[in-house]
Design a binder for this molecule. Sequence first.
Ligand SMILES: Cc1cc2nc3c(=O)[nH]c(=O)nc-3n(C[C@H](O)[C@H](O)[C@H](O)COP(=O)(O)O)c2cc1C
Length: 383
Amino acid sequence: MTVLLPLCLSVEINREGLPYTGLNTTDWETGVLPPLTDMWELNDFQIAAKNVLAARWYASYRTAALDQVTYQANLNIWKKIRLNGFTFRDVSNVNLNTTILGYNFTVPFFIAPAAYAGHTNESAELSLARSAGKLGALYVPSIESSKTLQQIADAGFSNQTMFHQEYVWSNRTLLIEQLRQIEAAGYKAIFLTVDNTGVNGIRVQAMRQTGQLDSDSGHSASFTLEALAEIRNLTTLPIVPKGIKTAADAKTCLDLGFPAIYVSNHGGRVLDGVPTSVEILLDIRRQYPEVFEQMEVYADGGVRSANHVIALLALGAKAVGLGRSPIWANIYGEEGVDRMLMLLQVELQTSLQLMGEADVQNVVGNTSYINTKQVEVDYFGVN
Ligand SMILES: Cc1cc2nc3c(=O)[nH]c(=O)nc-3n(C[C@H](O)[C@H](O)[C@H](O)COP(=O)(O)O)c2cc1C
C-alpha cells in the first residue's frame, strides 16, 4: 500500500537567539530565496541568508572566534543601554547628513570591509558599491574581495567617495603594490586593519565546514609602532587604524597623529573575549576624552538597528560600520542591499524624531541621549 504524505515545504530555521519580531518562515522553501518583501529589519536578512546559502558559506560569514563570547556580547550589549527621548522639540525636518574624514555622506553608517562577498551573489562587491553610491553612503571594500579593487571602483558612481581597507601583509612588496593600486583607483582613504597580528582568530564554526585548522593570515606578526609609523610614508592617503580595542591603543594613535581611529573587535572574529565597542568607547571616554575632541572615531560590532547606531554615536563615534548585514542582504544582490540600507535609514530617521533630535550631528558624543550605567557597572565595577 502506498502512503501519500502531504507535501510540506514549511521551514523551521534556528534563529540563533536573534530578537523575534514576527518573521514568518513557514512558507519558505529551503535553499530558495524568500521574497524580498518579507524583509523588514536587518536580522531578517540573516535568517534569509541562512535559508538560502550553502552551510559552508553561511558559516564562513557568520563564524566568530572560539566560543564566540565577543560575538554574542556584540549582539547583546544593546539590551543594557537605554535611550532618552525628549518631547517639546521641533523635529519636522530630520537631518542624517554627516562628514567622514571631510567627505559628505547622507547617513552616519557605512558598509564595513568584509572579505569575499562573492559567495552570496555573483555581483559580489559591485552591488555593495552601487547600493552605497545610490544612497550616498560610504563603502569600504576589503582588500580580500571577490572582485578587483579597480572593478569595484568602476562600479561606483562618478561622484561617489569610497575608502579602501588594507591589511599589514608580511610581504612588503605586496603591501606597497596594493597601496599604490588603491590610490590609483581613486579611493580616498585607507582603513588599515591592525587587529590580525599575524594570525586570524580561531574560527571554530567555519573550521567545522572546511575541515581545516587554518589561522595563518599572511599578516605581519612584527607590526610594531615603528612599522606603523613607517607605513604612513608608503601612501599619500589618510590612514585610519581599524581594530582598535583598548583605550591605550586609541591614545597611541592620537599621539601618532592619525586623523581617525576605527574601534572594532572585528565582529568577534579575532580575539575572543575582548570588549564590545560600547565598552571600549566608554573606556576611552574615561581615560582619554581628548581622543574624541582631536580625532574622528568610527565604531562597529553587532549593529543591527538604528538604535545601535545611535548608541555608538552618542558615545562619540562619528560613523558606524555594518559588517555582516550587507553580506546577508547581498543574497538578493543590489536590490537587497538597497532595501537593507533603506530600512536602517528609515529606522534612524524615526528614532531620532522620537528622541526629539532633528540633527544627527547633535547626537555625536552627546551622552544625554543614552543611559549606559548598567554597562558601566558590569564593565568597570562602578558607574
Ligand atoms: C565575513 C566577514 C569578513 C570580514 N572581512 C574583513 C576584512 O577583510 N577586513 C577587515 O578589516 N574586517 C573584516 N571584517 C570585519 C568587519 O569589517 C567588521 O569589523 C565587523 O563585521 C563588524 O561586526 P558585525 O558583523 O557584527 O557588523 C569581516 C567581517 C565578516 C563578518
